[in-house]
Design a protein. Structure first.
Ligand SMILES: [Zn+2]
Length: 369
């Protein structure tokens, strides 16, 4: 265990008492948030306990006097630019839990992001989304409508947050690293040696995991309705506004809802796998996610999503959140394992799972860019 002694009540209170609330609010408007985030992530990354104790400053406690002397010495030095706090990202919650925020806070959060010069990026991503929706539906949505739809109840909380970050291009990858002295090389994708961006990670990277995940999503939609969705950054961000086209022969109700779920969940899974690879798995491809592991992760994610849908049909769920059994049946029918052997209303049957889908690994349609 690590025992930290400090004379700062502000630090202890922030770390121990306030951080859950700050984290839920996406750290919007929190002073010194970079420092708190780094400390919390490192504390969480430890297996053992971290404890804090407050002592009165300038009262002769030896360690405290020495820390004070070093701090004063540091303060007299010329200021340095970027101090790399190096937070352990996987131990931090990503973004704000949108449902905990009121509009004023969201607006402040957007202003915070603008300060790190992402305003142009946000406008660009909104444009991409509009273009993709226009291409698929013939209609251009307003920006307000795009922001609204990411909060649709089809998206679980983490997906809402992910889409929100996508629209703001608020990810630590690629150009984000270019001004961080000593870490400029992190700007490049470790697989392709090109400048990384969220677009690269989700739709262009040569990472086998990325290709397997998209091929699984496509295989599911092909199995359900013989539909092959167009995957791009715009169609991911606009997934809640894009409908599956009425196809000849095999069209099924619920295809659009399934498409929204599969596209957003698959994109989020690709981002998660990429972060795990970069942060935990190191540069040796032998340690990266194998095809088997990737397929297992995808099936696990999608099956969890199916179970969440089924749970929301329960009569005890409040009516505002409850899903109609019919809607859930329509969404998932066609890709359920042993569906023929299940009753028509399989929602009440135990152990319903998405069937094993084989990714079309020999065909990498997404390698267009
Ligand atoms: Zn790449």
């Amino acid at each position: 265990p690590v025992h930290i002694i400090t004379d700062s009540k502000y630090c202890i209170e922030g770390i121990v008492n306030h951080s859950p609330t700050w984290e839920a609010k996406g750290w919007i408007g929190v002073a010194n948030k970079e420092w708190f985030q780094a400390i919390i992530s490192w504390a969480r990354a430890r297996a053992a306990l971290t404890t804090f104790e407050w002592v009165k400053g300038h009262s002769g406690v030896p360690g405290n006097e020495e820390a004070d002397r070093l701090a004063a010495e540091g303060a007299r030095k010329p200021p340095v630019g970027n101090i790399l706090l190096n937070p352990k990202e996987r131990f931090l919650l990503n973004g704000a839990q949108i449902s905990t925020l009121d509009q004023k806070t969201i607006y402040r959060g957007i202003k915070d992001l603008e300060q790190i010069n992402t305003r142009r990026a946000t406008a660009h991503h909104l444009q991409l989304t509009k273009a993709a929706v226009l291409f698929n539906t013939g209609l251009i949505p307003t920006s307000a409508r795009i922001w609204m739809t990411i909060r649709h109840k089809n998206n679980r909380r983490l997906i809402q947050t992910f889409l929100w970050r996508l629209l703001h291009n608020a990810f630590r990858c690629g150009e984000w690293w270019k001004n961080i002295t000593g870490f400029e090389e992190r700007k490049l994708c470790g697989i392709c040696q090109e400048v990384e961006s969220i677009d690269h990670i989700l739709t262009k990277c040569k990472s086998p995991a990325r290709q397997i995940v998209w091929n699984l999503a496509r295989a599911a939609l092909q199995k359900k309705a013989n539909h092959d969705p167009w995957i791009s950054l715009g169609t991911i961000m606009g997934a809640n506004l894009i409908e599956a086209p009425p196809a000849q022969g095999k069209q099924r109700p619920g295809t659009s809802r399934l498409q929204t779920i599969l596209v957003t969940e698959s994109a989020y899974l690709i981002w998660k796998i990429r972060c795990e690879r970069v942060i935990d798995r190191g540069p040796d491809p032998a340690n990266w996610h194998s095809e088997e592991e990737t397929k297992r992760l995808w099936h696990k994610t999608i099956n969890r999503r199916l179970q969440a849908d089924i749970a929301l049909t329960h009569p005890r769920v409040p009516t505002t959140k409850r899903l109609k059994a019919k809607e859930v049946l329509n969404t998932w029918s066609g890709i359920i394992k042993d569906e023929d052997l299940l009753p028509d209303n399989w929602i009440t049957a135990a152990g319903v799972l998405v069937g094993d889908l084989n990714p079309l690994t020999e065909r990498f349609i997404l390698d267009h860019g």
